[in-house]
Design a protein around this ligand. Structure first.
Ligand code: PSU
Ligand code: MN
Length: 297
């Protein structure tokens, strides 16, 4: 039920560095064909760093770790691809229908395949208004229980970033700032909220992850890597788009809430946000590759 591609299986067997990559960002995060181009470019960033990319999805009744080009193309272009988080995995395998994995589901697949590093754009979090909607991404509980490090550009301000960090604290998840003291807010380099610890090199992050593993604490680690400076968006433009998207979403909750908000913000901010998104995912993949290469045990 978990099938690794030949290349990823070989890398696991020889203990070569591997970076897991998610697929919700391909199927539900970007328009075709930029999504499949980005998926390929992100894999290339991992390779440039000296690691093997392992994009994760559910296809033909199995969780796939490592996809070929046809599989990437299908995820990018087939409108029937569903969004698969922890609670959706069983049904996706049973039905045989195509599914794109979220951060939570990708972490699960990575851990089963013994992959310790995973790169993405942004993690899910505590939605604004969660006190009444209870809308808290399953990504956060997964980080609390599954030992995979997630390299990301923080979380989008469509979420309540302060509450997201509180929740991660409750679940015992360390939040690292990579060359920053602030938790990044995806399109912008800072959120105004401090990280727990700052680390300044892939080797330092790798040492942190080794100790985390040796302590057998369980659970993941968030590595927040701010969007590369030249691609960062103007904070006022982005927050206006977010406020508008939240107003348009009304009381929408459940698994459609995040994709709706992401698509609406992308629509309102146009090409600039798409280019920013691509730039930050590529940078995260590169950094994750460097950390994977630096990991010694
Ligand atoms: N945030 C983004 N881009 C994304 C997602 C979140 O900026 O593509 C996706 C990720 O796959 C994440 C998922 O795991 O949305 C979270 O969805 P939910 O809030 O329904 O758990
Ligand atoms: Mn949700």
């Amino acid at each position: 039920m978990l099938v690794a591609s030949r290349e990823v299986a070989d890398a696991i067997a020889s203990r070569a560095p591997i970076v897991a990559l998610e697929s919700t960002i391909i199927s539900h995060g970007m328009p075709y064909p930029r999504n499949v181009e980005t998926a390929r470019a992100v894999e290339e960033e991992v390779r440039t760093a000296g690691a093997v990319p392992a994009t994760v999805a559910v296809l033909d009744g199995a969780i796939r770790v490592g996809l070929d080009d046809d599989q990437l193309e299908r995820l990018a272009s087939d409108p029937a691809v569903s969004k698969v988080s922890r609670r959706d995995l069983t049904h996706a395998v049973l039905s045989g229908d195509p599914g794109a994995t979220t951060v939570a589901a990708t972490m699960i697949a990575a851990a089963k395949a013994d992959i310790r590093i995973f790169a993405t754009g942004g993690i899910g979090g505590v939605h604004r208004g969660a006190a009444t909607s209870f809308d808290i991404s399953a990504d956060l509980d997964e980080l609390g229980r599954t030992e995979v490090a997630v390299v990301c550009s923080g979380a989008k301000a469509i979420l309540d970033i302060g509450l997201t960090l509180e929740y991660l604290e409750t679940r015992g998840v360390p939040v690292i700032g990579y060359r920053t003291d602030e938790f990044p807010a995806f399109y912008t380099r800072g959120s105004g909220f401090a990280v727990d610890h700052r680390l300044d090199s892939p080797a330092d992050v790798a040492r942190f992850l080794s100790i985390h593993r040796r302590l057998a604490l369980g659970g993941g680690v968030v590595v927040g890597n701010p969007i590369p400076e030249p691609h960062a968006l103007d904070p006022d433009t982005i927050s206006a788009a977010i406020e508008r998207a939240l107003a348009d979403a009304g009381t929408l909750t459940g698994k459609e809430a995040t994709p709706y908000l992401l698509a609406r913000v992308a629509e309102l901010t146009g090409d600039a946000s798409l280019e920013a998104n691509i730039a930050l995912v590529r940078a995260n993949a590169r950094l994750a590759g460097e950390i994977a290469v630096a990991l010694e045990d």
